[in-house]
Design a protein around this ligand. Structure first.
Ligand code: FAD
Length: 459
């Protein structure tokens, strides 16, 4: 039609979504000589403030930082990051215990504000030369004519754009995925967790400082449910309350701010005085749903491919959704460079990343149980103590799964498999023991050498 813009050339890519993955992928591709246009449904957050509505802060780990380094964005992002050394567990009786994530401060995670992160990444993408188009929500795709239709949410006007390939970085509710589904069966399956979340805020203390330990991820484990809190660089904390959708307590029984206060009085008594606007936060903030999205196919020949949450949304309990999405960006940029044929590049990308996405999705599900129910359990604590000991005695063979996922870039699927072998070993070695003092270390060391192969050198 007459209002179709620009016929692209063979080094051009059209990205859908300028969220976390979209901004990083745009930067990586521009750096490699691609021409990139990015279309984003929302307005420019740098102009009108961030209106994301989803989790306020996120844990950034090594996989994500590696991608940010390649994109030249790590320094800018880290200016806003707050170090988290471990889990600060808050027991029901008010006691607290810091469980370190790693060996020392070289093995930590970082809390970053989603809105600030997005703004920093968009600036970098634009400075690199990506063209960003805001207020353009993908509404439809004509894959035969290779024309994408966008709607401006402000006035409902529509805009057609010719494309060579579309990359869907448009999140869990991906419009590109819906359009692709009309062409090909992606094997889509969504599994709801049956639990949802609500965000609350801990403001700074009266003297302007953090009101609880800033360099930790706080957890209030309570069996079937839990609260967590992550620090923000403006000295607040974002608290997330996770509850089942049914049963008691659940989002079915805790409905009002008043109900929430009663729950906190009973189960999160030390957190309650820190959240002055509990009722308002609870009633004003949306209840977020949690699910895992599985696809069997991520691409439509060379015309479209999905990554990040659009391809494999996961529950947030390993803090890896964004980190995994950033790792996807590097993998896709590398495949596009390696393969002149886009269908082959997208297929290779899927073959590489899909098994890894499945593995981290599974580990994220397992971590929910661990966080809410096991961090205060004796068997678990003994296994963790042995795990730390083995990691010291056998650094070439034993690495805690959390460390493989969080501080290293061992493919998720390998971390998952090794994690399973290590867990079986820990269970076997601690069976019948109440402490490490009664273990026979000759037996332990022999079992490690027999049952665990050496770690990859790049770990
Ligand atoms: P998004 O960040 O969702 O970006 C998608 C973008 O596409 C958005 O800008 C959106 O406006 C845009 N868009 C949507 N539809 C259209 C359309 N039709 N047309 C154009 N644009 C469109 N991950 C971690 O690594 N660490 C954590 O600690 C962590 N904590 C989390 C806590 C919670 C409660 C939740 C829900 C998630 C958490 N995650 C975490 C996961 C992380 O938020 C996601 O994995 C990450 O945001 C995925 O990035 P993305 O770019 O794929 O999608």
């Amino acid at each position: 039609g007459p209002n179709v813009t620009a016929i692209p050339d063979n080094r051009h890519i059209t990205l859908i979504g300028a969220g976390l993955a979209g901004a990083v992928l745009a930067t990586l591709l521009v750096q490699r000589g691609w021409r990139v246009d990015v279309y984003e449904k929302r307005g420019d957050p740098r102009v009108q403030g961030y209106g994301g509505g989803r989790s306020i802060n996120l844990a950034l780990a090594e996989r994500g930082r590696h991608a940010l380094r390649l994109a030249g964005a790590d320094d800018a992002v880290m200016k806003h990051a707050v170090m988290m050394r471990g889990r600060m567990v808050h027991f029901l009786d008010g006691r607290t215990d810091l469980q370190r994530y790693g060996r020392d401060d070289s093995e930590v995670i970082w809390s970053v504000h989603r809105g600030e992160l997005n703004v920093v990444l968009l600036d970098i993408a634009e400075r690199a030369g990506a063209r960003l188009h805001f207020d353009r929500g993908l509404s439809n795709v004509d894959f035969d004519a290779r024309i994408a239709m966008f709607t401006d949410p402000r006035d409902g006007s529509t805009h057609q754009v010719a494309f060579e390939s579309l990359v869907g970085a448009d999140g869990a509710g991906s419009a590109l995925r819906s359009a692709m589904t009309k062409q090909v069966d992606l094997g889509e399956r969504t599994e709801s967790l049956g639990h949802s979340y609500k965000e609350l805020e801990i403001p700074p203390a009266r003297d302007g400082s953090f009101s609880i330990e800033p360099n930790a991820l706080h957890i209030w484990p309570r069996g079937r449910y839990m609260c967590i809190a992550l620090p923000n660089d403006e000295r607040t904390f974002t608290v997330t309350l996770f509850l089942p959708n049914e049963g008691d307590p659940s989002f079915a029984t805790v409905r009002t701010g008043h109900d929430a206060r009663a729950l906190f009085e009973r189960d999160f008594a030390d957190a309650l005085p820190l959240i002055p606007d509990l009722e308002q936060d609870f009633e004003r903030n949306p209840t977020g749903i949690l699910a895992t999205l599985y696809l069997d196919r991520w691409h439509l020949d060379g015309r479209a491919v999905l990554l990040g949450d659009a391809a494999h949304a996961m529950v947030p309990f390993h803090g890896q959704g964004m980190n995994c999405a950033f790792e996807d960006c590097v993998a896709l940029a590398e495949q596009l460079d390696a393969q002149p044929d886009r269908a082959a590049a997208f297929a290779a990308f899927q073959a590489d990343r899909l098994p890894n996405a499945r593995a981290i999705q599974q580990m994220a599900l397992e971590n929910y149980l661990e966080m809410r129910d096991r961090v205060d359990d004796d068997d678990y604590l003994l296994q963790r103590a042995l795990e730390r000991e083995l990691a010291q005695r056998h650094p070439d063979r034993f690495m805690p799964r959390y460390a493989m996922v969080t501080f290293h870039r061992i493919p998720y699927a390998r971390a998952f498999e090794r994690g399973r072998q290590q867990r079986d070993l820990l269970v076997d070695l601690t069976r019948g023991h109440a402490s490490l003092d009664t273990l026979d270390w000759n037996v332990v060391d022999a079992a490690v050498r027999e049952r665990l192969s050496p770690l990859p050198v790049d770990a």
